[in-house]
Design a protein around this ligand. Sequence first.
Ligand code: ZN
Length: 117
Amino acid sequence: MPRRRPAQLRADSIYRRPLDGSTSVISGLSARGLKAIAYLERTRLWNQAVFDALRTWSWFVRHPWHRLWDPTAGCGVMECCPNPPELRWILDVAVAVLPPTDARTLRKQIAALDELW
Ligand SMILES: [Zn+2]
């Protein structure tokens, strides 16, 4: 099989500059784990989806009214009126695509937040 030209490789790689900061950077995760999240965000979610979900969940569980959450109210914007099942879905998907060690690290971060509920 002939070698492909570097420019062609660069052009068709979905992994192109996966760690350029446009996708989530979660503290404690390995470069491999961050690449898995970058791939997830570029193919299935959106840039920063996992970081936003983690940050929003962290804010939400600390909010004094979080237990009064009403699924029928709110504007639907994640940062303004977060929908807990949606946040948890994003975090669960992120855990599922991570290599085992990183999955454990992220699960621990989420569990620490859950303790605040
Ligand atoms: Zn809102």
